[in-house]
Design a protein around this ligand. Structure first.
Ligand code: ZN
Ligand code: ZN
Length: 383
């Protein structure tokens, strides 16, 4: 009894690729996904979904029952000038789907097409979340505020993945992507003549000392078996040869896999700035903004996904965690689920460039496998 998600997805492979190419040619940046979401909504309506709009995002439901499974795709592109010479090259100067969100949208649209054809075979409700602004816009937060997780029992996301051979589905339990924050620090001294440093509180050597001391957070404070990053990525001070400036401004990012480590990093940053500046009679300001929590895949949902992949003969493997961040983390803070990946790396086809690279591309011949996995998750979850 029943249907096979893999052959169903294969049957509409050409459509999935055509959608992906269309989205690829017309990339839209975060919170500007008007065209993309318009196309998605039109199809969803035609296929019988109940639609709720959240800005350029869409929450789409179909079916009834006690259980609800949610699947999420992100739709936004990046401010990157595409350097691929392909027929489906971006038609918009300076904008490109360089992370693969065009593929995510197309794969979930494929899933959206298959689900209604078998809705009688499902014991529950399917919710599709087409999300804006994953790239630094925390679109996930807007979708959650808009009700995306209300009544949801499990949530799954799928990202095409450069670090996996084409066609392999990556399934990893526990912390998978890092939590991320950004910070701004000012070291405030007392400016003066470059020839009379004794009459100033020169913030530049204080900043130098601070920068080196901040490196000891990762090397001396975070346990050697844990992971943490503190990167100072901008330092600005002074204007000319003979003037000691009043202050130094620094910016940077922090990354961590565990909440406790994130807190440790933030606490030590404050202590170091306070101690070093005080030792030299300077003062400081520090603001740290936690952007995204770590993406932590739920144990039982990850196991469920692995069993689903096995049952339907979908090739799968472990993926190494990465220090990159993903706003899917916000969904996983509220509802158990797992963030899956789909390998798209293919040397023979020259698909070798990493995410966000101007020559990033995906192996389109495996996109139907992403759709197959999504449909299979629905089928097994709503038994
Ligand atoms: Zn990205
Ligand atoms: Zn992405």
């Amino acid at each position: 009894m029943g249907f096979d998600p893999v052959s169903e997805a294969k049957r509409i492979e050409k459509e999935i690729i055509a959608w992906r190419r269309d989205f690829h040619m017309h990339p839209e940046l975060k919170y500007e996904e008007e065209r993309t979401s318009g196309i998605v909504e039109e199809h969803l309506r035609e296929w019988g979904y109940r639609i709720k709009r959240v800005g350029t995002g869409i929450i789409a439901d179909i079916g009834e029952g006690e259980k609800t499974i949610a699947l999420r795709a992100d739709m936004d592109a990046l401010p990157v000038q595409e350097e691929n010479d392909v027929p489906y090259k971006s038609r918009v100067p300076g904008k490109m789907h360089a992370c693969g969100h065009d593929a995510h949208t197309a794969m979930l649209l494929g899933t959206a097409k298959i689900i209604p054809e078998h809705i009688d075979e499902f014991n529950g409700r399917v919710r599709l979340i087409f999300q804006p602004a994953e790239e630094g816009g925390n679109g996930a937060v807007k979708m959650i505020e808009g009700g995306a997780l209300e009544g949801v029992d499990a949530v799954f996301g799928l990202h095409v993945w450069h670090d996996l051979p084409s066609g392999i589905i990556g399934i990893t339990e526990g912390p998978f992507m890092a939590g991320a924050g950004i910070f701004k620090a000012r070291i405030i001294g007392k400016g003066g003549h470059g020839a009379s440093p004794h009459q100033t509180v020169d913030p530049i050597p204080i900043a130098a000392e601070t920068i080196l001391a901040l490196q000891t957070i990762a090397s001396r404070n975070v346990s050697p078996i844990e992971t943490g990053v503190v990167s100072i990525t901008a330092v600005h001070a002074g204007t000319t040869f003979n003037v000691i400036p009043e202050e130094v401004e620094m910016k940077g990012t922090i990354r961590f896999f565990k909440h406790e480590i994130g807190e440790l990093i933030q606490r030590r940053m404050g202590e170091i700035l306070e101690g070093v500046t005080k030792a030299h009679g300077a003062s400081y300001e520090l603001s740290i903004e936690e952007l995204v929590p770590p993406t932590v895949n739920d144990g039982s949902m990850t196991e469920f996904a692995r069993k689903v992949a096995e049952k339907y003969g979908l090739k799968h493997g472990d993926v190494e965690p990465t220090m990159g961040a993903e706003d899917f983390a916000f969904y996983l803070q509220k509802v158990p689920g797992t963030f899956l990946t789909l390998g798209i790396y293919n040397e023979e086809k020259g698909i070798i460039y990493p995410h966000h690279h101007p020559r990033f591309d995906v192996d389109e011949d495996v996109l139907h496998l992403g759709t197959a996995m999504e449909v299979a998750l629905v089928r097994e979850f709503l038994r």
